[in-house]
Design a binder for this molecule. Sequence first.
Ligand SMILES: *Cc1c(COP(=O)(O)O)cnc(C)c1O
Length: 430
Amino acid sequence: MRFQSTKGQSPALTASRAMLMGAAPDGGLYVPQSFPQFSPNSFGDPEDLPGIAKTLLTSFFEDDALAADLANICRSVFNFPAPLKKLAENKHTLELFHGPSAAFKDFGARFLAASMDAMAGDDLPLTVLVATSGDTGGAVGCAFAKARTAKVVILYPKGRVSPLQERQLTCWPDSVTSLRVDADFDQCQALVKAAFADNGLKMRHGLSSANSINIGRLLPQMVYYATSALTIFRQTGKRANYIIPTGNLGNGMACLWARACGLPIGQVILAQNANRSLTDYFDGLGFAPRASIATIANAMDVGNPSNFERFTTGIDNLNHDLRALSVDDKAIANQISKDARALSHVWCPHSAIAAFSYDQLNADEKTRPWVLVATAHPYKFREIVEPLIPGNIPPCPELAAIESLPVHVTDIPATLDALAGVLTDGSELP
Ligand SMILES: *Cc1c(COP(=O)(O)O)cnc(C)c1O
């Protein structure tokens, strides 16, 4: 299996080469050249996450350097559950927040880290650079904490992340270097881009990226769509329909790819916050990327979803039984409040967007099985959620585990010299 660039001007690569590259040299994003076809009978027990992962991902790693490691990688990555819980008849929620950073990004970050670590070695130094506005860096830092050979350097904007996020960015051991940059997020990102543009630096440290366009983050996200759709199909004989809180369209794209592989998935609704570029696109207004608007579902504050390019230039037709919906802050807050009281179910602000979207379905649609994707644990956003609900949110064990760890952080100014200095010192640390 090869992965081709959406811009078509770079050579097609196997999965692990595409992972090392991050984006393609022509500026495009890697997409699979074809989708392997499965039937529901192709899979074993849908509760067996690593087993389903191995079956689903094997074809994507055919002829790849990591093919022999794939089963081990899947076992180490998928070692926490992605439970499908029934809320009412034909209404389920898929909880993707039982990993170590309590958000769905753990699946992609951990798969990328395990793959990079399996590739890295004396002849291939590997340093993953990632700029974060908060959530991604926490998942990536945690995922690389146990890496033996690959290292990660996280850049985040000083004074612009929450205390819990800062702890998640800085509480990891040697393989993770956390840099608090005297800058905003855009400047952090510009610094990472400048480092990639410096060929000497790039070669010396084997720089690679862990941002959400990396194919190594998308492929593993197909797995929980497979397990949940198979579970529903075996119980009901019907296709599962999904409502997915959407920002950069990474999670949604993984669902569309799982459907393109023949998994029993019907309708897909991409549920956005007030950043409505996809909603406008599906309303026939064209795709107009724009500056992002700040909302209470801040991990989805994306005005220009980078994975949209994969949607329009992928080889298969992904655009069927698909729509988008935009939900404003007021509706999100009302939904959290309403479901906490009526259903005793507490959503994080992102997941509440899926819950609101479900309530907008018509009676006929509600006769089919739906899955509301829950992307983060509400405790992670308790400052927003607790004032809206009766009582407090019990702490989630995954996040409690990091509260006592010591933190390590280095302050740097927003210059390439400062970043290069840290990269060079870091390479001499044990
Ligand atoms: C990143 C994130 C999203 C958005 O996912 P995309 O793949 O960017 O569409 C939604 N919810 C939470 C909690 C997130 O961290």
